[in-house]
Design a protein around this ligand. Structure first.
Ligand code: PSU
Ligand code: MN
Length: 304
């Protein structure tokens, strides 16, 4: 049988040596950001990780092969080909059998990272519970997946296109540890404070590493979620954010968008309606999460 899972030599060697490695997802490249910004941001994220002394492991599926540590050529292909699918965990076996390419979501990326021994992962926004989920059952596969993957995931919370209080309830039910970075205000991705709170704030990468080490020592298999707010000076103005969000939700409803198309539809709508401002915030949020993830990976690797 041909290989279905591949770890790049650079990532494999760093993991084996206990050096810091940071996993990065590829749905943000294939479905989260418009071309050509997607590739620029994907490559910039890798540079940020390297500058902070860690090895980047961008994860995705290339012609069926789930790959941890995509090459620049792989990233170019994934970023340019509209046939690339959005791949969560359940899609991985099908992509293999059909030799398709995919941008991996948080769930699939975390799964593959963990399988490769990579313990820290940075994304922009985590999937969550959609508005109207009481009726549609639309909850991202990210949440149950993270309940069984002992990694550290850095995000800026979930986007306000989702139902934030219901998402926080599900994180509690699933037993996920949630830490606010420097705050107990749960961030709302485009805005620093969603208006909802978490129980604990941490103030350094070392403190996150201590929590993750304790999780491991206790034999828990759940993810530690670090919620890292965008600096207030870089957030989307709160009034503009509320106004555009209401319009985006109404448009999705009017066009009957549902399922895995919902997130890309809403994000694209918000990008167009804010004249690209939301995109700049999105990129700023991601940069911040990538830098924090690299520091956490370094702190975790220094413990062992
Ligand atoms: N949130 C964003 N942008 C994204 C995603 C989430 O702000 O592109 C992507 C992530 O890869 C996440 C996935 O894992 O969407 C969740 O999709 P779904 O809700 O269909 O599970
Ligand atoms: Mn969904």
């Amino acid at each position: 049988m041909p290989e279905s899972f591949r770890v790049s030599p650079e990532v494999a060697e760093a993991v084996a040596a206990g050096r810091p490695v940071l996993a990065l997802e590829s749905t943000i490249i294939t479905h989260g950001l418009p071309r050509p910004r997607n590739l620029e941001v994907g490559l910039e994220a890798e540079r940020i990780v390297r500058e902070l002394g860690a090895v980047p492991a961008t994860i995705g599926v290339v012609d069926g092969v789930a790959t941890v540590g995509l090459s620049e050529a792989d990233l170019q292909r994934l970023s340019a080909d509209p046939a690339v699918v959005k791949a969560s965990v359940r899609d991985l076996p099908v992509l293999f059998a059909k030799e398709l390419s995919g941008g991996t979501t948080v769930a699939a990326t975390a799964y593959l990272a963990q399988r490769a021994g990579v313990r820290v992962f940075s994304t922009g926004g985590l999937g969550g519970v959609h508005r109207e989920a009481q009726r549609t059952f639309d909850e991202s596969a990210d949440l149950p997946a993270l309940a069984e993957l002992p990694i550290v995931l850095v995000s800026a919370g979930v986007k306000s296109i989702l139902d934030i209080p219901l998402t926080l309830e599900r994180l509690e039910t699933l037993g996920l540890t949630v830490l606010g970075y420097g705050t107990t205000d749960y961030p709302g991705f485009y805005i620093a404070d969603s208006g909802y709170d978490v129980d604990y704030a941490v103030s350094s990468p070392e403190e996150v590493a201590a929590v993750a080490a304790a999780r491991d020592a206790l034999g828990l298999r759940t993810a530690v979620l670090v919620a890292n707010p965008v600096p207030e000076s870089e957030q989307l103005p709160v009034g503009l954010h509320a106004e555009i969000l209401a319009k985006a939700l109404a448009a999705a409803e009017a066009e009957g968008v549902s399922g895995h198309d919902t997130t890309p539809f809403l994000l694209d709508y918000i990008q167009r309606e804010t004249g690209g401002r939301s995109l700049d915030v999105n990129v700023a949020v991601y940069r911040g999460n990538v830098a924090l993830g690299a520091r956490i990976a370094a702190a975790l690797s220094a413990r062992c």
